[in-house]
Structures are given as structure tokens and as C-alpha cells.
Write a protein of this length. Structure first.
Length: 133
């Protein structure tokens, strides 16, 4: 993994993704889908965006590969495209809701398990010694 400052193409890609996230209605849709797959009418009910704008924003999210669709009869179901999108939305919800104050809080909020403390390993005969009192 290279740092963004080292790779212009990576920076351009990041900016394009951030542009998609940086629209309030699209972010609301992504947040709604974080809770699971939804139909257009379910997204509309949850977000109150309104049908014309909702269709436009869903199309933009599809073009940006942020959502995936599944058709069942006449219904189209929308879901987040992958775990990276989910992680980004969970992170934004945690940070901008004021629920986190530091990196540890963020790991907890987005579901990343905290790193385990290093364990002390003892090699040799001392590893098998048993002390009884």
C-alpha cells in the first residue's frame, strides 16, 4: 500500500470517490443501505429524498460503483457494493455524529476489533515449570 502523497493516480482515485460521498443525498442513501438491502421505495421512505432526485442519485452511485443492484420480478433492490464502501460510511457516521474522540473509539464504532496486547512467550524449560503453593 502506498501513501496518497506518493501516487498521483491513487490521489485522483480517492478524490473521485470522495466526490461521490460529498453529496448529502447520496450520503443519506449510503447510510440507509448500511442497514441492509432496500428497494427504491424503502429508500425513499427512509430518507424522504423524493423519487426524481432519488433516481438521479442512485444512478450516480451505480456509476461510481458504490452500490449494486438485484432485480426480483419488478422490484430493484439496492445494496452497498462492498465492504470498503460500508467501512467508509460507518467511519463517517461515527466521526461526524460525534461518537468518537480518538482512534480507539473509531475502531470500536466501525466494528474493527481492538488489537490484542502482546503476549509474553517463554521458551525452554521455564515454559513447562509449574509452581504449586
Amino acid at each position: 500500500m502506498s501513501a496518497i502523497y506518493e501516487d498521483r493516480a491513487l490521489a485522483d482515485k480517492a478524490v473521485e470517490k470522495l466526490r461521490i460521498y460529498a453529496q448529502p443525498q447520496r450520503l443519506m442513501i449510503l447510510s440507509c443501505l448500511l442497514r441492509g438491502e432496500r428497494t427504491v421505495s424503502e429508500i425513499d421512505t427512509a430518507t424522504s429524498i423524493g423519487q426524481p432526485a432519488l433516481s438521479q442519485q442512485l444512478a450516480e452511485l451505480r456509476r461510481g460503483e458504490m452500490v449494486k443492484t438485484r432485480r426480483e420480478a419488478k422490484q430493484v433492490y439496492y445494496d452497498l457494493a462492498d465492504e470498503q464502501v460500508a467501512l467508509c460510511v460507518r467511519s463517517m457516521e461515527a466521526i461526524f455524529s460525534g461518537a468518537v474522540a480518538n482512534a480507539s473509539d473509531l475502531r470500536t464504532a466501525i466494528g474493527e476489533p481492538p488489537k490484542a496486547a502482546p503476549t509474553l512467550t517463554v521458551a525452554g524449560a521455564a515454559a513447562f515449570a509449574r509452581i504449586e503453593r
